[in-house]
Every structure is written in C-alpha cells, then in structure tokens.
Design a protein around this ligand. Structure first.
Ligand SMILES: Cc1ncc(COP(=O)(O)O)c(C=O)c1O
Length: 447
C-alpha cells in the first residue's frame, strides 16, 4: 500500500527524532509543510487555523516578507559574530528595544529563548543583591532548564525534583475562579483581593527573612496555567514590597511581551516598572530563536568593574537579532498592539457566548488576544473537568475533533487557551470559535 505523504514524513521523523514533553511511542504529531498568515498546511493540503501562534510565539503570523528579507540580507552580510563583537545589528536592536520597553529598562542581555533568559535573570539578581532565595508563584511556568523549572510552580517542576535549583519558595497566585487563599475571591473588590494576597506575601517575606531574598519572580499575567489577570493594585503592591525589602522585581514576559495583551508589555497595563523583564517568543515571532533580559541601568552598572560570569556562544546571533528588529518594525508598522487591544472585545464576546451556551464552560478570561476557557464538571462547585496536572480524556477527544475540523489550539489541564497570531481578523477568530462551539458539546456531555 502506498503511504500518504503525511504518513511518510511522520514515519521518517519518528525513526530518529526524540520528542519533548512526550512518551516517545505515544506522541501525536502533526505533519506541517508550510504556513502563511494565521494558517499552516500539512503535506496533503489540509489547512489549520492556528489558535496558539504555534507555541504562543508567532505574533506577526507566518511568511512575513519584511522579516524574511531582513534575515536574508543579514545572512548575506554577516551570518555570525561572537559575543564580544560590536555589530550594526546589535546596536540597532538595542536602540529599538529601548524604544518599546519602559524607558528605565535599557540594557539587554541576549539569550536563545525564555528559559535561559530566566536563568540569567536569576544570576543577575543573586549577584546584585548578594542574596540567594527567589520567591516565585504556584501555577506558573518559567522554562524547562534547571533553574527555570525550579521557579515554575506546576507539576513540570515536580517531575524533576529534588534535582532542581535550590532556594525557590512558592506562593499562591490570585486566581478568582479557584483561589487557594481567598475563598470568597469571586465576590471581593480588586482592592481587597490584591491586599489579601499581598498581606500573605509579606508574611512569607518575613518568614523567609527578607535579607535572604534576591527576587520576586513572576509572570505579569499567568500564561499556560490559565490566563490569570491580576487584580488592579497587585503588581503595584509587589513593586512596593520589593522596594520596602530591597528585593528585585523580575517579570517574565516571555509569553505576554510584544503586544500579546494589547500593550507592548503586560506590566504597561498597571504602569509598573520591574527591575528586570525577561522576554523571548514574540521578540522574533519565532522567525529565529532569541530571548533577552532587559535590566535597569543600575543592575548593569553593578558589573561595571566586576565580571558578569555567564554567557552563550550564540549571544546576539546576527540572524536572530535581525529577525527581532524586523519583527518589532512589523508590529509597529501594522499597529499590531492597537489591533490586539481592539480584538479583546470581539474575543471576549465570543468567549462569553461559549460560556452562556455550554454547561461545561465554567469560566472564560482574556486580555488582548490572550484568552482561556476553563472547563468544569459542575457550575456551582467549579469542580474542574479532570485532575490537576492531567489532561482529561474528554479534552483529548475534543482536541482530536477540532484538529480534524482544521483548528489547532492548546490545552492544559482543564483549560483551552486562545492565543492566535496578533494579525488575526474578526472572520478568522469567528471561524475558530465556531469550531470550538461545536466541539464543546463533547465536554457538555460530562457535566
Ligand atoms: C512565561 C514563560 N516563561 C518562560 C518560558 C520558556 O521559554 P522557552 O521555551 O523559550 O525556553 C515559557 C515557555 O512557554 C513561558 O511561557
């Protein structure tokens, strides 16, 4: 029997590739031949609408000629220069990043992705403060490397314990629908809700001894663990606690940066200036791998006459820097931050429609083009559809169905995430939601 082109590619990949986050013989892979705009296609011409920006990273969509040309042109002039070479593209990207980040954060250390940006942020914080502990939150993800996974507050860390970086203490995240700390979270004001979390955090700081804590490390808006938008006053309160106790505030904007939430960075929603922001994903829209650590001048100055012991062969790879610069230009030229802000309302309308129609949809949340559907077994008790840390079989079935209908999206525990490329238009958004609408009847059957 002649095998389909899709199957041939899958079989050839299965023969040699080692898959991440997967049991090797149980992995489900999608054959992908090409991509353009908000769609990708398999080898037989089947089209998928991408509701996850591949790995929450293809902000400007696929096939953008401005970025591709910039990368090609960079490759023709200089494919690589070492970490201590001053290149034109290094100078230009630094200037561009300084333009879009809060103006206080104007020094940049380049990495290859999000996890190693976070590793370097940990090093900086520990070196600058002379302290070793890091406070991070439950229900968070910061990357899969030794230190970044130690920061992560979900079961991806537990899988590797006790062999992860030491010195991390976790605290609860504000999560109105399922709050660990404030039982009546659904009914209190933002102010009270933020205060109750901040009071608890201050106790932890005291129990752990402030003079042992280098940094509070957090996603401004929790990503894979549920699109948890903090109450107003929360991030401002964290900033105040950091100032009061001499702790650095580090915000991981790997997923939320570069327009995803309708502002350049999520911290812009609350006018909070962290000491360090880490970024990756939307920095290049995944046209090439790149992460960065943005730091205040005073952090960089700490190393004026002290060596920063750390680095990467591919620190500031010219092709990645060229991709980042051109990508940011596209976000600016196409007004994608403003567009994303304007898409929040249509996305929330569609999300609320699903909530009204489907008994299995317990809660919907979103900001910019960063949305979540939380599935439950019972509307009153909020019992999640499936155990913490496990994808319920129903959701696997649902995903199979949506994929067969040409929609690609991400699921995590009892959550469906909506994180499309920022270039998506109303029609494309509605198309994806109409597929989800039909598929959710599978989940409704379990309520
Ligand atoms: C918030 C956050 N931080 C860090 C990372 C790790 O980034 P990378 O996979 O590029 O190492 C991720 C990846 O999903 C993330 O979502």
């Amino acid at each position: 029997m002649v095998q389909s082109k899709n199957q041939q590619v899958i079989d050839r990949c299965m023969a040699h590739n080692f898959w991440t986050w997967s049991a090797q013989k149980e992995v489900d892979v999608i054959p992908v031949q090409r991509a353009e705009g908000v769609f990708f296609w398999d080898f037989e011409g089947k089209r998928y609408l991408d509701f996850n920006s591949m790995v929450m990273c293809s902000h400007i969509g696929y096939g953008n000629a401005h970025v591709i040309d910039a990368m090609c042109s960079q490759a023709h002039s200089l494919t690589f220069a070492g970490p201590h070479m001053a290149t034109e593209i290094r100078a230009r990207l630094g200037e561009k990043l300084a333009e879009v980040l809060p103006k206080e954060l104007d020094h940049f250390l380049y990495t290859l992705g999000g996890a190693d940006a976070n590793e370097n942020a940990i090093k900086l914080a520990r070196a600058v403060t002379g302290r070793h502990k890091i406070l991070a939150r439950y229900r968070s993800y910061h990357g899969a490397s030794h230190g970044a996974i130690a920061l992560s507050g979900d079961l991806r860390r537990v899988a590797w314990e006790p062999n992860v970086m030491g010195g991390v203490v976790h605290f609860p995240v504000p999560y109105r629908f399922r709050d660990d700390l404030v039982p009546d979270a659904m009914h209190v004001s933002d102010e009270e809700y933020a205060t109750r979390h901040l009071d608890y955090l201050e106790k932890i700081i005291q129990y752990e001894s402030a003079d042992s804590i280098a940094a509070i490390f957090l996603e401004a808006i929790t990503g894979t663990n549920g699109i948890l938008v903090p109450p107003d006053g929360y991030l401002q309160g964290i900033r105040e606690l950091c100032d009061r106790y001499g702790i650095l505030m580090i915000v991981d904007e790997v997923m939320t940066g570069f327009g995803r939430t309708g502002t350049w960075f999520a911290v812009n929603h609350w006018n909070v200036i962290p000491d360090i922001i880490t970024m990756a994903k939307g920095l290049t829209s995944a046209y090439a791998p790149l992460g960065a650590v943005a730091m205040k001048a005073e952090i960089a100055e700490h190393f004026d006459h002290r060596k920063f012991v750390g680095g990467l062969t591919y620190n500031g790879h010219p092709i990645s820097l060229a991709a980042a610069l051109a990508n940011i230009e596209v976000i600016q030229m196409e007004n994608l931050v403003e567009h994303t802000r304007s898409m929040q309302l249509p996305m929330m309308k569609l999300l609320n429609g699903l909530k009204a129609r489907h008994p299995s949809v317990g809660d919907v949340r979103g900001i910019g083009l960063f949305g979540a559907i939380e599935l439950i077994k019972d509307k009153n008790s909020h019992i999640p559809l499936g155990e913490y840390g496990k994808t319920p079989t129903i959701l696997k079935d649902l995903k199979e169905l949506t994929l067969s209908k040409g929609l690609f999206h991400y699921t995590h525990d009892n959550l469906i995430l909506i994180i499309p490329p920022l270039i998506i238009n109303d029609e494309e958004l509605e198309l994806g939601f109409s597929i989800l609408d039909k598929a959710l009847t599978i989940a409704d059957a379990t309520v």
